[in-house]
Design a protein around this ligand. Structure first.
Ligand SMILES: Cc1ncc(COP(=O)(O)O)c(C=O)c1O
Length: 362
């Protein structure tokens, strides 16, 4: 444990086994919550304090809280895995803790010390370990969230913040994840601009993506893919996932992080895993025109989206305002599956972890 003292656990509860088992039967994604949550508060006078693990329950927040007006809010997403040997582990929680600090700084919020973040996720995972599903591809998704709780109107940074961590048992993010997803290329909407908040994990970015996602669904596509906001040329990322392209020569490519893309933990892991597996990986701009031309000529053979929630999900079809194209055979390709399995094997403890990514809790 990182800091065994910040979060008290004496008020935590345990659900009856039959209640828990019924809730976990078909959890889907993000609608079933475990027995407890972590919570902590910040005030300018006292700093971070009042850390505790308490029963999951509604909050009482005044409508005047700054978050409701000016959207000072950030969050994270990471998973607790059941290991093949019966233990449990987290995957690169330190990377989420660091990103949470960076997001807080961008939103002018009080950063939560990394060791407090780590203790909150570790303690909640251990207390609610019975909520971790065992099937491969399933996990306990942890959602740390922090928001401005000061009761006052006026555009300025809050002097008070609330922090919570929720836990949801989850299966596949996409109902039919193995058959690949279709993307709609958004030309009307941008997700992020230069100097904006694209690289922070703040709720506002997601609110801004919803109209584009609704457009994607009207077009019969699963997800939206965003282009850069200035030239509407360069592929950036999906609403909640990074993107990779796989070429016939076996190499892979992903757009570089330039401030408008979320620096995904999975993206970084794929780049490092590729190097280990002898797959050439580049961080380079890729235009939507080139993507379409390469998919049609056969130079590009696979593409996949990646993120904590969706793991690695192949992209089978891309639709634009005036054209569309299928990628490879329209099925998950060899490189996508190789990377996905290598990642899942490390996360579940089936394979060695040469990177020191896995944080074993039990
Ligand atoms: C916009 C966006 N991009 C990329 C990702 C992937 O990030 P990670 O791999 O850290 O989950 C996410 C998921 O959190 C996201 O919301």
């Amino acid at each position: 444990m990182s800091t065994p003292n910040f979060f008290s656990t004496q008020n935590s509860v345990q659900a009856a086994a039959d209640v828990r088992e019924a809730a976990m039967k078909n959890p889907g994604f993000g609608s079933v919550f475990s027995s407890n949550m972590a919570s902590a508060r910040y005030t300018a006078a006292d700093g971070w304090h009042d850390g505790k693990i308490v029963p999951y329950a509604p909050l009482t927040i005044p409508p005047s809280a700054l978050v409701f007006h000016y959207a000072q809010e950030i969050f994270e997403g990471l998973k607790v895995y059941s290991r093949e040997d019966g233990g449990i582990s987290l995957f690169r929680p330190d990377a989420n803790a660091r990103r949470f600090v960076k997001s807080a700084e961008r939103l002018a919020m009080a950063p939560l010390p990394e060791e407090v973040f780590l203790e909150s996720v570790e303690k909640l995972a251990l207390i609610d370990k019975d909520w971790i599903p065992k099937e491969r591809g399933s996990s306990l998704y942890l959602r740390p969230v922090m928001f401005a709780s000061q009761s006052v109107l006026g555009v300025k940074p809050s002097t008070e913040y609330s922090y919570y961590v929720l836990a949801c048992p989850v299966g596949n993010y996409f109902k039919d994840g193995d058959s690949g997803i279709s993307l709609w290329v958004s030309e009307n909407y941008s997700r992020a601009g230069i100097g904006g908040t694209g690289e922070a994990k703040c709720g506002g970015n997601y609110a801004a993506s919803l109209a584009a996602q609704a457009e994607a669904q009207r077009q019969g596509c699963d997800q939206v893919v965003f282009l850069d906001s200035r030239e509407k040329t360069w592929v950036e990322e999906l609403g909640g996932m990074n993107i990779f392209f796989v070429f016939k020569d076996g190499s892979i490519q992903t757009p570089p992080l330039g401030g408008t893309i979320l620096p995904g933990v999975t993206r970084d892991s794929v780049l490092k895993l590729a190097a280990k597996l002898g797959i050439e990986a580049r961080e380079e701009l890729y235009s939507i025109e080139q993507w379409e031309a390469d998919a049609k000529s056969g130079k590009l053979v696979e593409a996949f989206a990646c993120g904590t929630a969706a793991v690695i999900t192949s992209i089978r079809h891309v639709k634009r305002a005036n054209s569309e194209f299928t990628i490879g055979s329209g099925k998950a390709g060899d490189t996508t599956l190789k990377l996905k399995n290598a990642l899942l094997d490390i996360q579940s403890g089936k394979a060695e972890d040469p990177f020191g990514w896995v944080k074993r809790l039990a």
